[in-house]
Ligand binder design. Structure first.
Ligand SMILES: [Zn+2]
Ligand SMILES: [Zn+2]
Length: 187
């Protein structure tokens, strides 16, 4: 069975499969959209620097729980490059620090209609939003610009999820590099 994402990448085409209540995602001029499950919230973000910081997968216990899955797939964007195309009044925010390794607050921004987690903001990484690779509308980006560069907390990776080829590995926290880059870019 040919892979549809790979086929679109090979042909240099974009790929917007039916995945959301809205079908108006786009990818142009170095920016692309991320949309929640119901379509009420749409973000746009840069797919390259300087506003685009990096990508990582996290297998930590916190990420298992809040994604209701085995890992979180993230990409980080400087706040001043993140645009709320619509739905900025449709978030519900849940903040806690009990399960966060840094011991500092993590704010989670969910769509209050459909529950999609659109991004997280960490108190110890000011100026950066952590968006979700799975909410991006052009699926070819998941194989190209948003392919994970770092895989962290591999100490909690389940045996049936295989390691990501080519990604830097960290048994625990590995995100500092991305943060330092973000802080540098802000100066
Ligand atoms: Zn929604
Ligand atoms: Zn995590």
């Amino acid at each position: 069975m040919p892979n549809k994402i790979a086929a679109h990448v090979a042909e240099g085409k974009q790929y917007f499969p039916l995945a959301s209540g809205a079908q108006d995602g786009w990818h142009k001029d170095g920016r692309a959209t991320a949309t929640c499950y119901c379509g009420a919230i749409q973000l746009s973000f840069p797919v390259e620097g300087p506003g685009f910081v990096g990508t990582f997968v996290c297998h930590c216990p916190d990420c298992h729980k809040f994604t209701a899955s085995m890992f979180a797939s993230n990409f980080t964007v400087l706040d001043e490059h993140l645009v709320h195309e619509r739905g900025q009044d449709n978030f519900t925010i849940y903040k806690q620090k009990q399960t966060i390794v840094s011991g500092m607050n993590m704010s989670n921004y969910f769509c209050k209609t459909c529950g999609s987690l659109m991004y997280r903001i960490a108190e110890d990484y000011p100026g950066v939003s952590l968006l979700r690779i799975g909410t991006v509308d052009d699926f070819t980006l998941m194989e190209t610009k948003l392919r994970p560069q770092l895989e962290q907390f591999t100490e909690n990776r389940v045996s049936w999820v295989h390691e990501i080829e080519g990604a830097r590995k960290a048994g625990r926290m590995g995100f500092e590099g991305a943060s330092a880059k973000a802080k540098q870019a802000k100066v």
